[in-house]
Design a protein around this ligand. Structure first.
Ligand code: ZN
Length: 323
């Protein structure tokens, strides 16, 4: 069998997989990115992770290429990552570095674009040629599939839904602007909001789950508190959900996609405590004629969307080189 290697490079973890045709993951490896230790360490971790999954290849079998999803806007052709705040990288040519190390063709795309492709080919987006994928995790990312293809815009930055402004002059975002969706609806934003409420003596259930230490609060604890009936945690998620819905309504009016797919660890943990307020809010803003047909669903591939999208990219690019 011929394989491709797929890597989903995130700010906190690296997920690598050896993938056969389609969505057959033969071997996977997940390890910390260790972004704080610098670029050399991150690249060493990527190579180590790739080496681990490559051990499943038998002597008569071949690896055709590597697909990589990386955070931040990048140029797929050259492999240059312009700016990735979660890795603290600026102007890095990861494709060039890895091709030299691996001796294999490397194909790159933005991580959320590849997660969108993964959901389109194998998950909740199957059969929908026009879809919008939004990932709500530590940050908020987005990917667009238009007429069955990733749409990356003039310079690779399309789909940066996390940086759509939903609160003019609102909280400061990691990108330097104010009031971005990421600054009010991401895992980081939820954590900050919970901490400021704890400082006012509220959100005691969340504080309890953090072992009494406000610094130890993390977004999954908010979801956990919401599921166990805590109304303040539910309000926090509903607030984030409404901002997400505002963005969805605006995007629906711009692109008229068949479906919105919401993935990412925070969205998964929060479930309908986030998604239902998002649906309701989106319906308030979408063009009335399309209100009833607006569909907002959770992702179906859990953490695998990015890696399966990266594999699909590698398979497609390798095939296009050979034809
Ligand atoms: Zn921003």
């Amino acid at each position: 069998m011929d394989y491709v290697l797929a890597v989903d490079l995130g700010g906190t973890k690296i997920y690598s997989a050896l993938v056969g045709p389609g969505d057959v993951i033969v071997k996977r490896d997940v390890r910390p990115t260790e972004a704080a230790l610098g670029i050399e360490k991150v690249i060493a971790n990527i190579l180590e992770s790739i080496k681990t999954v490559s051990t499943a290849v038998r002597p008569q079998e071949k690896i055709l290429g590597v697909g990589i999803g990386a955070p931040g806007p990048l140029d797929p052709a050259s492999g240059r990552i312009f700016f990735a705040p979660n890795l603290n990288w600026c102007d890095v040519n990861l494709k060039e570095i890895l091709e030299k190390e691996l001796g294999l063709p490397v194909f790159m795309e933005n991580d959320a674009n590849l997660a969108a492709l993964g959901e389109y080919l194998y998950g909740a987006g199957k059969g929908y040629d026009d879809l919008v994928f939004i990932t709500v995790s530590t940050g908020v990312g987005g990917g667009l599939i238009i007429k069955g293809e990733i749409y990356s815009g003039a310079s690779g930055a399309a789909g940066e839904i996390g940086h759509m402004v939903v609160v003019p002059d609102g909280p400061l975002c990691s990108c330097g602007n104010r009031g971005c969706l990421e600054a009010v609806a991401s895992g980081k934003a939820l954590k900050k909001r919970a901490q400021s409420l704890i400082a006012e003596g509220r959100c005691q259930k969340i504080l309890e789950l953090a072992g009494g230490d406000p610094d130890a609060v993390e977004a999954p604890m908010i979801a956990h508190a919401a599921h166990s009936g805590d109304s303040e945690a539910r309000q926090l998620l509903a607030e984030a959900g409404r901002y997400l819905g505002l963005a969805i309504g605006n995007i629906a009016n711009l692109l008229n996609p068949s479906i919105f797919i919401i993935g990412g660890g925070v969205a998964r943990g929060a479930g309908d405590f986030l998604l239902e307020p998002a649906r309701q809010e989106a319906k308030r803003h979408v063009f009335p004629a399309f209100r009833e047909s607006l569909r907002v669903v959770p992702g179906a591939l859990r953490g695998r969307a990015g890696v399966l999208g990266a594999a699909a990219l590698a398979h497609k690019m390798v095939a296009s080189v050979h034809t």
